[in-house]
Design a protein around this ligand. Structure first.
Ligand code: LMR
Length: 396
């Protein structure tokens, strides 16, 4: 590289550790390899099929979509409106504005850019561990973070007291980033009483919640996965919610998300909306259409909605069942049974994670996070044996 190159002043960036697992797993020639890496649902054959409701909606679009002309910065308004009752319930206490975004990441990025513009000195309270992209986005935007322990990885237990202690130090206008359900990476969610306690603190201290809801329907079910976080939204004057349909509609690579801003005051919401539109314009101008159009077509049809909910419920049941099976095979993992969603964070050191990959072709995030949906009736016993041998430090 010549020193006059415009790129010469850049520092090299490490590849994203989680996404690198996709290629590493693909390149591994071992026939009995197990992919517990990136968070996609898999069936018992290890496949991630397109949902039948999605295929049917795609057919509808092929037959009737009249145009591919631009829809505007908000994207598909029908999509945004039809999701609202699923996310917020029938009675919303706030004015709500939504924009369609490329995946949940697009929504988080937009939301954090808005917060940075609105309140550059706000601190973002965030549990550790969290989804790595949360901290990557916040760090890139130079938003100050205050970290508290979300999860005790050794004891496989939520550390709720750490959250409550941290929030007592928050100032009015500070942000608290919360996973709406199916915590990524731990699977450890708040129960209703804990959500109510967070809501009380948010209201008392004047905090702004930023809720990341990327796995609705994969924990306890569509409605129970949302009731807790709704208490927190209802308690706040203003809030942001980043949503993803990538998992619960199985639309991953279509990148289907939404950012919703909530405010008690219509003028305040208009101000936020105008800024969100302007930020979206300079990021992606207008969002890609196809995935959101699929979700709209499904939610516009009673029959397709029923089909989608049935398929989602079958996915949820499979993951819940895998938790039970794994806990039976590895008794020390019993706490996983009361946790939710695709992920569990195992008490493994990075060297043990590497050993499982090298010696057993078992792929998981370096943190010890597994995607339970990568387990099958046929590979679960192999995984359980390798895991226990690894914990005991025996040669496997
Ligand atoms: C995951 O956590 O595995 C998924 O959300 C995929 C991603 O983009 O990180």
């Amino acid at each position: 590289m010549t020193s006059s190159s415009v790129f010469a002043g850049l520092s090299p960036q490490a590849p994203d550790a989680l996404l690198s697992l996709i290629g590493a797993y693909r390149r591994d020639p071992r026939a009995d390899k197990i992919d517990l890496g990136v968070g996609v649902f898999r069936d018992d054959l290890g496949a991630t099929p397109v949902m039948r409701a999605v295929k049917a909606a795609e057919q509808v679009l092929v037959n009737v979509q009249p145009s591919k002309a631009y829809l505007g910065p908000e994207g598909d308004i029908g999509y945004l409106d039809l999701l609202k009752p699923i996310i917020f319930g029938a009675d919303v206490s706030h004015e709500v504005f939504g924009v369609q975004t490329p995946g949940g990441t697009g929504a988080l990025r937009l939301g954090c850019e808005l917060l940075k513009a609105a309140k550059p000195d706000a601190r973002v309270f965030i549990g550790a561990p969290t989804w790595p992209n949360h901290t990557q986005i916040l760090d890139q935007l130079r938003l100050e973070t205050v970290t508290f322990r979300h999860y005790d990885q050794r004891a496989l237990r939520l550390d709720f007291d750490a959250l409550m202690t941290a929030l007592e130090t928050a100032r009015a206008g500070d942000i608290v980033l919360l996973h709406g359900c199916c915590h990524n990476p731990s699977g450890a969610d708040y129960d209703l009483a804990q959500w109510a306690a967070i809501a009380e603190t948010v209201a008392r201290k004047g905090l702004t919640p930023l809720i990341d809801l990327a796995y609705q329907g994969l924990g306890l079910g569509l409605e129970p996965d949302a009731v807790g976080m709704r208490l927190v939204l209802a308690a706040a004057d203003d809030a942001l919610l980043a949503y993803s349909c990538d998992k619960n509609f199985g639309l991953y690579r279509e990148r289907v998300g939404a950012l919703y801003a909530l405010s008690r005051d219509a003028d305040t919401l208009d101000l936020a909306a105008s800024n969100i539109r302007a930020l979206a314009r300079t990021n992606w101008s207008m969002p890609p259409d196809h995935g959101a159009a699929i979700v709209r077509v499904i939610l516009e049809s009673e029959a397709l909605t029923t089909q989608w909910k049935g398929e989602l419920e079958a996915m949820r049941t499979r993951v819940t069942d895998l938790r039970l099976r794994l806990a039976k095979a590895v008794p020390s993992l019993a706490p996983l049974v009361s946790q939710h969603g695709l992920f569990a964070l195992l008490p493994l050191a990075p060297a043990q994670v590497a050993r499982l990959r090298e010696d057993h072709a078992i792929y998981m995030a370096g943190s010890g996070r597994i995607n339970l949906a990568g387990l099958t009736v046929t590979n679960l016993d192999k995984f359980a044996r390798a895991y226990e041998a690894c914990l005991q430090g025996e040669p496997a």
